[in-house]
Structure formats: structure tokens, C-alpha cells
Design a binder for this molecule. Sequence first.
Ligand code: HEC
Ligand code: HEC
Length: 261
Amino acid sequence: MRWRCVLLGAWLLTWAQWGVAQQRVIPLDQLRSGLSYAGADVRALQADEFGNPAQLWLLRGEQRWIEPVGPEGKSCQQCHGAVAQGLRGVAARYPAMDRRSGELMMLEDRIRNCRTRQQRGPELAFESDDLLALSLYLTQASAGVRLQVDIGGAARVHWQEGERLFMQRRGQLNLACTHCHDQNHGQRFYTDLLSQGQPNGYPIYRMEWQKVGSLERRLRSCLVGVRAELPPWGALQLRQLALYLGWRGQGLPVESPAVRK
Ligand code: HEC
Ligand code: HEC
């Protein structure tokens, strides 16, 4: 009888480990930030404390953080304190489950939520300048903190779905995320050098956009790139992909404010 228990125990252990470690296509020690694939011009701009065009957006974020909003004139700062103390590290663990609603939330959803529920102020639209400025400001407060999203509990199904979506072919080009970012990073796709598609710089300042944009906007560009149909803003599948990306990039330090071509 005893050997059976031992065998069962060993099997369960292997299964559990497999469950956690399954399908890491790029091993953790080979993760590379998108910055390491960028040209010298982009790298110089990102490193330049004064020339980095995202700096203006950070100032804007700071203003939004401290200004009173809504009928009671509450500021983000009033409840959360100085961002570098109160919310340092938070951006590195998003997307995350919201206990109250049971929803998978991006950092942007959190901010929108606090704006309407806590401040009772006007809604911040997806990809609006104020929302981007705030999310950049919060992300920068986590610069250097390593990505660590939670895929346990209720997040599990979203992670699984995110993985499935990452592997799924789509669009007229019939390509999946994995084809470009797991299998062909370091290769050229038209004029672009393909990176591993890591999320650790987002929101970023993108030169092509001439402004800051969210991870969701970047994912939408990739969908356009393969000529796939675009889901509505805030669609669950994009959050699930973001959760999978966070897990896939686990341990990469948040780089912010980041710049891309
Ligand atoms: C046909 C190739 C292609 C496919 C398929 C593709 N992308 Fe991309 N992706 C790109 C290119 C080109 C860029 C810009 C250069 C780079 O960072 O690779 C990019 C950038 C990214 C970035 C930003 C990386 C950074 O450091 O700024 C992320 C994240 C990303 N892709 C995720 C995805 C996800 C998730 C999917 C699947 C829904 C996907 N991509 C599908 C080509 C692709
Ligand atoms: C009246 C107080 C109050 C105000 C004002 C407020 N928040 Fe919050 N915030 C909270 C509380 C309470 C929570 C945690 C519980 C919840 O809302 O789900 C929270 C949670 C958060 C989180 C998630 C933190 C985590 O650990 O995951 C972020 C990010 C955040 N707020 C950002 C903001 C921003 C940005 C603003 C201003 C636009 C703001 N908050 C305004 C009270 C506030």
C-alpha cells in the first residue's frame, strides 16, 4: 500500500510542478526587454533624462495625481500618499484580479475605477491623455521592480485563455503571437526587428504615435499587423493576453519611462 502512496505523491508533485512550469517557451534566463532590440537612437532617447519625450507626460501624471476631483475634491494623493511610496511595486503585478468585482483588471482599469468610485469624478476614457499620464506616472514609480503577476486562484482561467490566445493563429497573415515573438525574435519583419514582445516598458512613448500609448494599444497594432479583426477597447481577451505576457516576462524589471520607434 505504501509504495502506491509514494507513487501517487510523486505523480501529484510532478503534475503540480508541470502545472506551474508548463510551456515557458522562452526560459526565464533568456528574457530580453524590448529595449535591447531597439536602435541606438531609441536607446539614447530613453536614457536621456531631459530629452526623453515621456517626461512631459510624467509631469502631467503628477498633476492629475495631486489635483482635487469630484464633489468632495479628493485627490489620488489624499488616499494613496506619495506615489513612489504608496504605490511602488503595484504596476509590476498588473493585470490582477479585483476581489470585489471578480474581474481581471489592467492598471488602467484600476485608475478608472478609483476615478469614478472613489473620487466620483468624470470617467477617464480608454487611451485618454489623462489616463495614460496617470498610468505612466504609477508605472514609473515601479521602475526597477520585477514583473510578478499572480496566476493562481481565479486568475488561472484567464492565464490559460491568455496562453491559448497567444498561440492562436489569426488575421489574413494567419500568424500567432508566438510565431513572431517566441520563434522569430531577433529576425526582421519588414522594417522592424522583432523583439520578444515583453510588456515591461508599458505604457511607452512611441515615436510613430508621437505620444504615449498603453500595452493594449500596442497589442492592437500587432493585430492590425496581421490584419486581424480588432476587439473593442478593454476587451477581456486583451487583458488575458496581458496577463499571459506578464507571466511570460516574469522577473524582467519595469523600465519606465520607455521609448519605442
Ligand atoms: C507578424 C508579427 C507579429 C505578430 C504576429 C505579433 N506581433 Fe507583437 N510586435 C510585432 C512588431 C513588429 C513589434 C514592434 C517591434 C518589436 O518590439 O517586436 C511588436 C511589438 C510587440 C510588443 C511590444 C514590445 C516592446 O518592447 O515594445 C508586444 C508586447 C507585443 N508585440 C505582443 C504581441 C502579442 C500579444 C501578439 C499576439 C496577439 C503579437 N504581438 C503578435 C510583430 C508582431
Ligand atoms: C477616497 C480614496 C481614494 C481615492 C481618492 C483614490 N483611490 Fe485608488 N484606491 C482606493 C482604495 C480603497 C483602493 C483599494 C480597494 C479598491 O478600490 O478596490 C484603491 C486602489 C487603487 C489602486 C490599486 C492598488 C493595488 O494595490 O492594486 C490603484 C492603482 C489606485 N487606487 C490608483 C488611484 C488613482 C490613480 C487615483 C486618482 C485618479 C485614486 N486611486 C484615487 C482609494 C482611493
